[in-house]
Structures are given as C-alpha cells and as structure tokens.
Design a protein around this ligand. Structure first.
Ligand SMILES: Nc1ncnc2c1ncn2[C@@H]1O[C@H](COP(=O)(O)OP(=O)(O)OP(=O)(O)O)[C@@H](O)[C@H]1O
Length: 508
C-alpha cells in the first residue's frame, strides 16, 4: 500500500507573533506561512508591521510571544549567527554590504572562524566561482560601493544562498531599479523558485505582487487580516483588505487640476538657462510657471535625478543658471536654495532626510525653526502645533509629534521628509521620487499635497519614473542619457511615456 507523500514543511511558519515597542503594539498575534519555492507577498499600509515581522523572522529581534519555524525546525537561538545565516536572509533597501570592501571580501565576511585564514587570491577565485554558479556577472574585485543597486542585490542573494539559506526576504527590491532591471530581477527570482528557494516579497507596488507572487498576506494595524492566492484575489479586494475600507474600495485618484491651473502667460517661478552638469545632463532650459507641476521622467541614470539635485543645491552645475522669481540662486548651496524659496524632497531619506534621534515635530519643522520663535529660539509648543497639522494632512502614523522619528516605519519617515519640505511654504518644490516606500492610499494623499503647492501658485518639479507620480503633472519631459527626448502634455499614454524613458528610438 502506498502512502501519499506528506506535504513538505513550510519554508517559514510564524504564528501568534506579538511585538511591542513601549506603548506601541507593532504586531498583535500575526502569522505568516510560506511554502518551499513560493513567492509570498507581505503587504500593508505604512506602519502595518511588515518590517517588524521581518526583523523577527530574520533573527534581528525577538518576539514578545509566538513561534517561528523554518522547514519544520524551530528558529535558531537568538545569538546563533551562523544558524540564522544558513536559514534566512533579507535583502534590504539599504545595503547590508560593507561599502569599502570588495565583493569577494563581502561574500566571505565572517565566514571563516579564527585560525581559518585564506589567501586573497584564493578568496577572489572562490568568490568568482560562487557568483558564476548563481549566474551573477560581477567582478569579485569590485568595491561594494561601486556596484549598481541591481548588482548589489544579486550579490546579497548569492551570498545568502551560498550559506545554505532557502528563504529570502526582499524588502522593496525594485525601489531603485528601472523597468529592465525589474524584469531581470524577476527572471532570476523565478529561476530560484524553480530550484525550491522561497521568497517573502514586500512591496507597495501591487502590480509587482500580481506579476511575481503566488500568495499574499495582508497586515493591517498590527493584525493579519488576509492570506489568499494572488490569482483568486481582485486588486480592489486586496486594497480593501489593506485599508479596511468596505464597500466601494476603489482607489481614490488625486484630483488633478490639469494644465488649466497653470497660467500660460504668467512669469515662470522657476527657470533654468543652459543649466548643465558634465557627465550627468546636457544644457537644459526649463520654465515652470505658477500653478504648474512639471515632471522629469527617466531612469535614475537618465540625468533626471541629477537635475533635481542641482535645482535643490545639492550639486553644483558646471554651467548655466537657476532663477526663482527672476532672482538668480547661488549654485551648489542648499541653504541658498532654501533661502530662495526652493523646497526639496530628497529620494534617500536615510542619508539626506532626517535626524534619527530627534522627534517627528523637530524633523518636520527643521526648515522653519527660525519662524517658530523669536531670535532663533524654537518654542516646543509651536513646533508641536505646526507638526500636528502636517501629521494629519499627510496621514503620518505616529504616537504623536514628540515620538523620535527613528521609531516610525519607513513609509511614515518619508512622509516626515515631505512635511519638512512643505513646512516653509516653498515657492518652488523639487520632489525626487516622493512616494518611494509610501503605501497605495498614502501615495494619493501625498501627491495631492504636492499638487496643492502648485495650486497655491507655486512651481513644482517631480523627478520620477513612477507613472502614478507623473500623472499629477501638467507636463512631462522624458530624459534619456542626460537629454530631454520627448515633451508630453497632460493626457499622455503610459506606453508612449515608458517607451520614451527607455530611449526607444534614441541612439544610445
Ligand atoms: N524601534 C521602534 N520603536 C518604536 N516603535 C517602533 C519601532 N519600530 C517600529 N515601530 C512601530 O511599529 C509599527 C510597525 O512598524 P513597521 O516598521 O513594522 O511598519 P511597516 O509595515 O514595515 O511600514 P512601512 O510600509 O512604512 O515600511 C509602527 O507603528 C512603528 O512606528
């Protein structure tokens, strides 16, 4: 008599997980079960508890209650570094590699115990073999800091697999990849799935969930509210589970006032004349009028980000000038750009955005400190009051304005960065991928707030390759290899814009 083969134990089974941070209940008895070879999406609004769960199932923090098992075995003990390394890895948005070390060194970091020395040449050779074995085409002598985001992610995945991990958590892996990079990543992930590697996939891009994942779990307000097969779940039901809206859960689109809001005759608020940055973008003449939102669309390497950073004073142009309201702005100086009325939402909130130990209120009002009290003194009550208004208009999930900003979830930190840029009432706002890491529903609220800067007579430049970001624009310039290759009026088609961003029809 033959017995049916028992189903293999799940790659991950977490159950009844509770985690508190002081008064915040971050996880309230949640679970997550991932089958071997499955790509399982974990989704939810900002602050829902996704990262907290990830830190528990990767051994970085301990739950207050609940159990975690991998392939039917209990999780390694808290300090058992080697045990965790050979079980699970997380590819974060922030690099976990050591930037100054080479790929080979990063791959073999902590791998050899004391007394197990290995020569550099042998190390490089083994690193080369390892990468080739996983189909990763990177020179092991490259310093980690010189890798592209895509290469760095592949190196981190190869490293985890070489330790024997069969479960990999990907935390917004596509946030900094262009369309082709995303497809290459997905191809690689599908190959690995076929070999039995399982993935937990965290993303605010629901179309990616539908493209890559077979199962999805939704957390909302620290609770697990749904686990379903992706193919059987319509997107509006998924969004409804995330937001808790019942009935008409259709996504709100931000009200776009369209080109009519920009008065064609008015003098531009923000203008550039022959502005150029060698190696990044060719001479550029821009004129953004009051009420106008201009989109600069392009992959990160297209020069669009460099233009945004130059406008904000982060980088100094090689030639040309920038004016706000007809007055020239001193180049390459953030304080001077601020003084001229330029507000800036940077892409990388970790490096350019926030002061971690300070409160939400202080971070949100850093640029207005001089306005909140006489002679440079900041009165806490006023800071808080000001911050409270921003917290509510941007729907920032926090216990209050006094909470340290580092305690906020990633998406909520990004909203604080936006709040800070808006706090001064900028005449011209430069926003670089403003909705990165922000959940589906908050995206709309955030873009509406950005749009309002224009509606109140300001000029806005949104640098992004996200179509949702670009839809609020009155006009979109597509960039490729540092040049404007197309100019789209309101009402463009997704296909045409994507083709222009990818340089279709352009010579490389
Ligand atoms: N170290 C901490 N101290 C205090 N509170 C924290 C800490 N880490 C997380 N939290 C809180 O726990 C809750 C869950 O946060 P978590 O980072 O897990 O959310 P998330 O779902 O990953 O959100 P996002 O989509 O924005 O990344 C939030 O309310 C957050 O403020």
């Amino acid at each position: 008599m033959s017995h049916p083969t028992p189903a293999p134990a799940p790659a991950l089974h977490a159950e009844g997980i509770v985690k508190r941070f002081g008064r915040t209940l971050a996880l309230d008895g949640v679970g997550l079960t991932v089958a071997p070879g499955e790509s399982h999406a974990l989704v939810g609004r900002n602050g829902a508890g996704k990262s907290t769960l990830v830190s528990i199932v990767t051994g970085l923090s301990r739950p207050d209650a609940g159990s975690v098992a991998f392939a039917g075995r209990p999780a390694p003990a808290p300090g058992d570094r080697a045990g965790w390394q050979s079980t699970v890895a997380c590819v974060h948005q922030k690099s976990m590699t050591v930037p100054e070390l080479t790929v080979a060194e990063n791959l073999f970091l902590n791998r050899f115990g004391p007394g197990r020395l290995i020569g550099w040449r042998r190390l490089r050779q083994r690193a080369g073999e390892l990468l080739a074995g996983y189909g990763v085409d990177v020179d092991p002598r490259t310093r980690a800091q010189d890798l592209t985001v895509e290469q760095r992610q592949f190196v981190e995945i190869a490293r985890a697999l070489s330790f024997g991990a069969r479960l990999i958590v990907l935390d917004e892996p596509t946030a900094r990849l262009d369309a082709r990079g995303i497809q290459r990543l997905f191809t690689r992930l599908r190959e690995l799935q076929r070999q039995g590697v399982a993935f937990v996939y965290i993303s605010h891009h629901l179309q990616e969930v539908y493209e890559l994942c077979t199962a999805v779990t939704v957390y909302r307000d620290a609770r697990q509210v749904l686990t379903a097969t992706v193919a059987a779940l319509p997107e509006n039901e998924l969004v409804a589970a995330m937001t808790g809206d019942t009935g008409g859960a259709a996504r709100r689109r931000p009200a776009t006032s369209g080109p009519a809001s920009a008065s064609a005759s008015a003098e531009p608020v923000l203008r550039t004349e022959r502005l150029a940055l060698r190696g990044a973008f060719a001479p550029l003449d821009l004129a953004v009028r009051p009420g106008e939102v201009l989109g600069l669309a392009g992959a990160a390497a297209s020069g669009s980000t460099a233009i945004g950073e130059t406008l904000a004073g982060m980088r100094r142009a090689s030639t040309g000038r920038i004016t706000v309201g007809g007055t020239e702005v001193r180049p390459g100086s953030v304080p001077d750009a601020l003084k001229a009325g330029i507000g800036y939402i940077p892409e990388d909130r970790h490096r350019q955005g926030l002061i971690p130990g300070r409160s939400v209120a202080e971070n949100a009002t850093l640029t207005v400190a001089d306005r909140l009290g006489p002679l440079g003194t900041v009165r806490p009550a006023r800071t808080r009051e000001f911050a409270r208004a921003l917290i509510s208009s941007l729907d920032i999930r926090t216990s209050g304005p006094g909470q340290p900003v580092s305690d906020l979830s990633g998406g909520n930190q990004q909203k604080v960065v936006v709040a800070r840029a808006l706090a001064r009432g900028p005449r011209a706002l430069i926003a670089i991928r403003p909705t990165a890491g922000v959940d589906v529903r908050s995206k709309d609220a955030l873009l509406a707030v950005v749009r309002r800067v224009a509606d109140e007579g300001g000029a806005v430049v949104i640098v992004s390759d996200e179509l949702d970001d670009l839809r609020v624009c009155d006009r979109v310039l597509a960039l490729f290899h540092g040049r404007v290759v197309a100019d789209f009026a309101h009402g463009w088609s997704d296909r045409d814009l994507v083709a222009a961003m990818e340089g279709v029809g352009e010579r490389p």
